[in-house]
Design a protein around this ligand. Structure first.
Ligand code: GN1
Ligand code: MG
Length: 340
């Protein structure tokens, strides 16, 4: 830690470090200088998931340059430079990076007001809109096939072949439910040619937006999975995480409902930026987006449960089983929901 902080121009003796946020993949800390004039976010990139962290740095830099050149003063969460003019510190145990903490900003874990959903959707919509003139193919693929639901189903099948037998037996109902909803994956495969490849964030959960003290969005963060993709990934993950009053961590599934005012907020917030950008055909997949992302997340959680939690980890026995059940319940609620 001493060497990492040193490279970012800080001294271990002069800072307070504490764990921060609730991301499942990277490790995050808040670093505060004793004098109180410096606040930073330090992150260790999970290089089991992001095989080449330099690719993330490359993408972030490219986008930062483009937005700076064309849309200044758009607020962009740029990484800090080290004393060697790099954005990554490579150590024996992995890659680290740092961001300056944006003053008077905060994140939200569960959406409480429609305005937060509207603002977040607008922020993600604006991000893709401003980059609609940018050549998405210049971006490196930081995780191959990240939102390829057919591949996720194949990984699920492999887990059923080679995974934990006891867990498979006990998860029979959820496994059946995944299989019963396969038509969602078919619909994706049959229609993806209608979708345009755009710069997509791929992780639009509410905690990836910074808010000010009046619930206005400041900017989007966590650009690790910004890659070429389809808008349904971004709209779908918003539905997955903003519509319900409880998160994927909730064990009491009776609390899982769809809040229609939040659905409208996503539609209005996202389209306030993207209406003129999306094609007529893309617009017809707006509602499908939610089913697509919730289904895929359920597959990913259940696959991980069967594989003994090697990807997401688990804070208690059966954690990913609960998360998968939660997401399948949410999927059912969304299927029953009729947008006005
Ligand atoms: C992971 O680490 P975090 O929380 O930003 C995952 C997302 C999932 C999410 C579920 C690289 O994101 O795809 O939707 O957990 N990111 C990766 O909470 O797998
Ligand atoms: Mg993320």
């Amino acid at each position: 830690m001493k060497e990492i902080l040193f490279q970012f121009g800080l001294h271990k003796e002069n800072v307070k470090i504490q764990h921060f946020g609730n991301g499942l993949i990277n490790s995050t800390w808040l670093v505060e200088t004793a004098s109180g004039d410096g606040k930073y976010i330090l992150q260790k990139i999970n290089d089991r998931v992001f095989k080449n962290p330099e690719d993330i740095a490359f993408n972030t830099r490219l986008i930062d340059d483009y937005l700076g050149l064309n849309f200044s003063p758009y607020t962009f969460a740029s990484p800090c430079k080290t004393i060697y003019d790099k954005v990554l510190v490579k150590t024996k145990v992995g890659y680290y990076r740092m961001f300056r903490f944006i003053e008077n900003s905060h994140t939200v874990d569960v959406v409480e007001k429609p305005q937060q959903a509207y603002e977040a959707a607008k922020q993600f919509g604006q991000f893709t809109k401003l980059l609609s003139g940018f050549d998405a193919s210049l971006l490196k693929i930081t995780i191959a096939d990240f939102h390829n639901v057919s591949l996720r189903l194949r990984q699920f099948d492999e887990a059923l072949d080679a995974g934990n037998r006891e867990r498979i037996a006990q998860a029979e109902d959820l496994i059946t439910s995944i299989i019963q909803h396969k038509s969602i994956a078919d619909e994706y495969e049959n229609n993806r040619s209608a979708l345009i490849t755009r710069v997509t964030h791929h992780d639009t959960k509410i905690s990836n937006v910074l808010f000010d003290n009046h619930d206005n969005g400041i900017c989007v963060i966590d650009l690790d999975t910004v890659m070429p993709g389809y808008f349904i990934s971004d709209v779908g993950d918003m539905m997955r995480t903003y519509l319900c009053p409880v998160s994927e961590e909730e064990k009491d599934f009776s609390k899982i409902t769809i809040r229609s005012a939040f659905y409208d907020a996503i539609v209005n917030g996202y389209l306030s930026e993207m209406r003129a950008v999306l094609s007529e055909q893309e617009l017809t997949y707006f509602h499908f987006a939610g089913k697509f992302m919730i289904y895929m997340q359920a597959i990913r959680f259940l696959t991980d449960h069967i594989n003994d939690d090697i990807y997401y980890g688990a804070k208690y026995d059966g954690h990913n089983f609960v998360r998968a059940g939660n997401q399948l319940t949410l999927l059912q609620r969304l299927i029953e929901f009729n947008p006005g």
